[in-house]
Design a binder for this molecule. Structure first.
Ligand code: ARG
Length: 471
């Protein structure tokens, strides 16, 4: 309704006085929820049709509303801006619809509330966001895979406790960051599926009193299911929490990739150099080449996690049904998604520009890292693993005390350590042999890694995983 002062509000008739500017300031959400507009227009078009089918509106009225909403969409797409009294995007669209369609616009809100409206618009936005996120994750995976394909022959230490553990192929290490993102895609798809339940028709809390066909709304809007309880439907933000958990995992995984690259890019490791396009300099130290993209990705992980925690904190104490606290769900969700759309492409770009130093990687592999292979050698000759572990341990200590590689230990040292050591014992200390022994599925052997690369390629060529598209 429009009041005397020319403002446009969706409520207010029961109040004698106008709202305080202080209320307006805290209540206004349009700077956040403006981006819901295409979804709000879409659900309103479907609602108008449903009101027509239910006989609440004539089909002419429904059509007038629908074409009016189309013109509203064009105006917003053309840059129409909110005015000071537009409390939220729903109010703004209602105001523009009155301008476009005249008094029939006042019939659109029949049988619905902003409670089921905002829940529906937010779900449509989220489903769309899950699709876009799937694409952005895939682009980062592609960058990882492309680099991995160049590193099948490279060998570097794999670390446990950040101590040199065993040699692995460069491709195997990089693909260790590919699969978490693959799981993220599944999580995002599951979040989209969980989001695809229609709240519209729930009204403010008790369900619409008009016999609106909800199955038509479901199909028009591309939802998979209809909410079975109107109280739950208007207060449920599980879909936001689930989407944000998926976002948080993406951010955490980006942060872990970043951490590996920051460490491996230090002069001490020197395994990788950052490209010019994704490095920053220092205002003081002319020699600096800083991996800011990866550091910002690592820092961004904390912000997304914070958004998830703030959302869960918002939900946990609420009574059933809608409370205005829920208006803040969108701030948290949009922050998280927006940040990922900065982090994911920047990471993909920075990874594409990485230059690996295969010589430095290989030089970091010392013979002690094949101690397990030497113990396995003894096992193959008939020793128990425990016994072999002890014998090899004494050789590791001797080499360490003498400050030499294990391969430089004299033959007598091997013979003394265990009777089953033969003249071929030192061969077990080769890094290539260590990798070649590990062609078990999921291992770092060249055959296994080639198969892994095939699996990775296949996972990227399948259709986007996020289903329940509302588009
Ligand atoms: N801007 C509100 C939100 O985002 C719309 C719902 C308002 N509902 C209400 N009962 N005041 O949550």
């Amino acid at each position: 309704m429009s009041n005397d002062s020319g403002t446009h509000k969706l409520w207010g008739g029961r109040f004698a006085g106008g709202p305080s500017p202080l209320l307006d300031a805290i209540n206004r959400s349009i700077s956040t929820d403006f981006r819901l507009w295409p979804h709000d227009v879409r659900l309103s078009r479907a609602w108008a049709l449903a009101l027509g089918k239910a006989g609440v509106l004539t089909m002419d009225e429904a059509e007038a509303l629908r074409s009016g909403l189309d013109r509203v969409a064009l105006r917003i797409a053309d840059g129409a801006q909110p005015i000071a009294t537009d409390e939220d995007i729903h109010t703004m669209i209602d105001r523009l619809l009155h301008e476009e369609a005249g008094t029939v616009a006042s019939k659109l809100h029949t049988g619905r509330s902003r409670n089921d409206q905002v829940a529906t618009a937010s779900r449509l936005w989220t489903i769309d966001a899950c699709h876009k996120l799937d694409t952005a994750i895939r682009d980062l995976q592609q960058a990882l895979l492309t680099q991995a394909e160049t590193l099948t022959e490279a060998i570097l230490p794999a670390y446990t406790h950040l101590q040199r553990a065993q040699p692995v192929s460069g491709a195997h290490w990089l693909l260790a960051h590919f699969w978490p993102l693959d799981r993220d895609r599944t999580r995002v798809a599951n979040a989209a599926r969980g989001t695809a339940t229609l709240p519209l028709g729930s009204g403010a809390i008790a369900g619409s009193a008009f016999p609106v066909p909800r199955d038509l709304l479901r199909d028009e809007l591309g939802f998979l299911a209809i909410s079975p309880n109107s109280i739950d439907a208007t207060g449920d933000r599980d879909f936001v929490a689930e989407t944000m958990f998926a976002c948080t995992m993406v951010a955490v995984h980006c942060s872990r990739i970043a951490e590996d690259l920051i460490i491996y890019g230090s002069s001490e490791f020197g395994f990788v150099k950052f490209g010019d396009g994704f490095s920053t300099g220092s205002s003081m130290m002319p020699q600096k080449r800083n991996p800011d993209v990866f550091e910002l990705a690592r820092g961004g992980g904390a912000r997304v996690l914070g958004d998830l925690v703030s959302l869960l904190g918002t939900i946990k104490g609420l009574p059933s049904g809608y409370s205005k606290d829920l208006q803040d769900d969108k701030r948290a969700l949009f922050n998280a998604i927006d940040l990922l759309h900065l982090v994911l492409p920047a990471m993909a770009g920075a990874i594409s520009e990485l230059r690996f130093d295969r010589t430095r990687m290989r030089a970091a592999v010392s013979s002690a890292m094949m101690a397990t292979d030497l113990a396995d050698y003894l096992v193959k000759k008939g020793a128990t693993f425990r016994e072999a572990h002890g014998a090899v341990g004494t050789l590791v200590r001797q080499a360490e005390d003498a400050g030499i590689e294990m391969t430089a230990l004299p033959a007598e040292a091997f013979a003394t350590a265990h009777a089953l050591f033969g003249s071929d014992a030192r061969d077990a200390l080769g890094a290539e042999a260590s990798l070649a022994a590990r062609n078990i599925a999921g291992g770092t052997g060249p055959v296994a890694v080639a198969a892994q690369i095939e699996l990775a390629r296949a996972s990227l060529t399948t259709a986007p995983r996020a289903i329940g598209s509302a588009t």
